[in-house]
Design a protein around this ligand. Structure first.
Ligand code: SAM
Length: 228
């Protein structure tokens, strides 16, 4: 199995316990980050007939909040059948679609807002995904990325985050999901990911404009609001 397929298979396996594990392991703090991110992105959008796509939607935590923004279409996209099954059970009024971030199966310039929360790290071909987001976004369309970025030098609180993720989270995650490997994957995926500054450089390379950047909880997670 290829690396990307293995990652998706892992999400299939933990899907039934994902929501419970997430709430316990994150102490619910992720909801506050998501709410703030959505409040901020709305300041950059001045239309209400929005087409919104939540990529790597998982069990639809982000869609649950995006539903409250005025829109004409909201689509949740994820390659994991297991995660989508839960999402569909939670929200029968949202369209869900099985696809990878690198091949969304959407028309060129058809989307106003793409969000991806705690999902971009799992995409193996990240640059390809950014190009795909750029392709489907309308002119001046917005991309919101909420994610755990790699710690930069001196990031003391992020150091504590990494200790928690490496030494505490896998055991608790294993207890809840019976899948320790999946929860060991999380810290490793952060080590392999961009730092905030590396990602800012990547955006420049792809000619994407950074509108807003913010870190939450002293650098534990980061928000990027980007314009095509
Ligand atoms: C940690 S969950 C996050 C789910 C949700 N966005 C949230 O905030 O709770 C990561 C999600 O990324 C999805 N994923 C993994 N590889 C992906 C890819 N290449 N393209 C899109 N989504 C992917 C997984 O299936 C999983 O549902």
């Amino acid at each position: 199995m290829q690396k990307q397929e293995k990652i998706v298979q892992m999400f299939n396996e933990i899907a039934p316990s994902y929501d419970k594990a997430n709430r316990i392991l994150s102490f619910g703090i992720d909801t506050k980050w998501r709410q703030d991110a959505i409040k901020r992105v709305q300041k950059h959008i001045n239309k209400d007939d929005l087409v919104i796509v939540d990529v790597a939607c998982g069990t639809a935590d982000m869609c649950a909040l995006l539903k409250n923004i005025k829109h004409t279409k909201l689509i949740g996209i994820d390659p994991s059948e297991g995660m989508l099954k839960i999402a569909k059970q939670r929200f029968s009024d949202i369209d869900f679609k099985q696809a990878y971030a690198t091949a969304l199966g959407l028309d060129d310039e058809s989307v106003d807002l793409i969000t991806i929360s705690f999902g971009f790290r799992n995409v193996v071909e990240k640059e390809q995904a950014l190009k795909e987001f750029k392709r489907v976004l309308k002119k001046d369309g917005i991309l919101l990325i909420l994610e755990f970025f790699k710690r930069e030098k001196g990031g003391f609180i992020a150091k504590i985050r990494d200790f928690y993720l490496k030494n505490i989270l896998p055991s608790i995650g294993a207890l809840i999901s019976k899948n320790k490997q999946a929860y060991e994957y999380l810290p490793n995926s952060i080590d392999d990911f961009y730092s905030n500054n590396e990602f800012k450089e990547e955006l420049k390379q792809l000619d994407l404009e950074l509108l807003e950047f913010k870190t939450y909880s002293f650098g534990v997670s980061s928000l990027f609001i980007i314009k095509k």
